[in-house]
Unconditional design. Structure first.
Length: 182
């Protein structure tokens, strides 16, 4: 388990690329001073998503400006979690308190850091934050063609609830949940 976001570091081995190297993956709360860097990462991830239409990409990116992220963590320090590999931002998990639930709004991983479990670790850190945020369940949505996120959520124990057709931005989505405590 990832402990109190930033208090304990975990390491893992990355797949062999040119040579096998050990890298440290750290999941912790976003520091307000790195909000601009996180915006850049969010833009780089969201702008390349082929399964979102142009309007969806533009409006989702617009929600996460530097000022918005700083305000998010001011109100709820666990609402913006980041993953670092050897100190470099490699992933993010954005969430909101939603009437006793956590809404997992976005999680994403830099293109050059995918496939090594960062998404799963970000979700685990989000789940760990739930009790202190007064939440017993996490819910989220994915675009129907977003197979990668669906795999991460399924492996993390999330249950697909339903399919929403012609929904947000006129696109089809799945709703997901994971009950953390009764």
């Amino acid at each position: 388990m990832v402990k109190a976001l930033g208090e304990r570091r975990k390491t893992c081995r990355l797949p062999r690329q040119t040579k096998l190297m050990e890298h440290s993956i750290v999941i912790e709360r976003m520091d307000p001073g790195e909000a601009s860097a996180l915006v850049d990462l969010i833009v780089s991830v969201v702008s390349t998503l082929s399964y979102y239409n142009d309007r969806a990409r533009e409006e989702e990116i617009a929600k996460y400006r530097k000022e918005n992220l700083v305000e998010m963590v001011k109100d709820d320090p666990d609402s913006a979690l980041v993953a670092r590999i050897d100190g470099r931002l490699a992933g993010f998990c954005l969430s909101y308190y939603d009437d006793g639930l956590l809404w997992l709004s976005w999680f994403g991983v830099a293109a050059d850091s995918r496939g090594i479990g960062i998404g799963r670790r970000l979700i685990a850190a989000l789940e760990e934050s739930a009790p202190k945020r007064g939440c017993h369940k996490v819910w989220c949505d994915t675009r129907v063609p977003n197979v990668q996120s669906a795999q991460v959520l399924t492996r993390a124990g999330y249950k697909q609830l339903c399919r929403l057709e012609n929904h947000w931005y006129g696109q089809d989505f799945f709703l997901w949940e994971k009950v953390l405590s009764e």
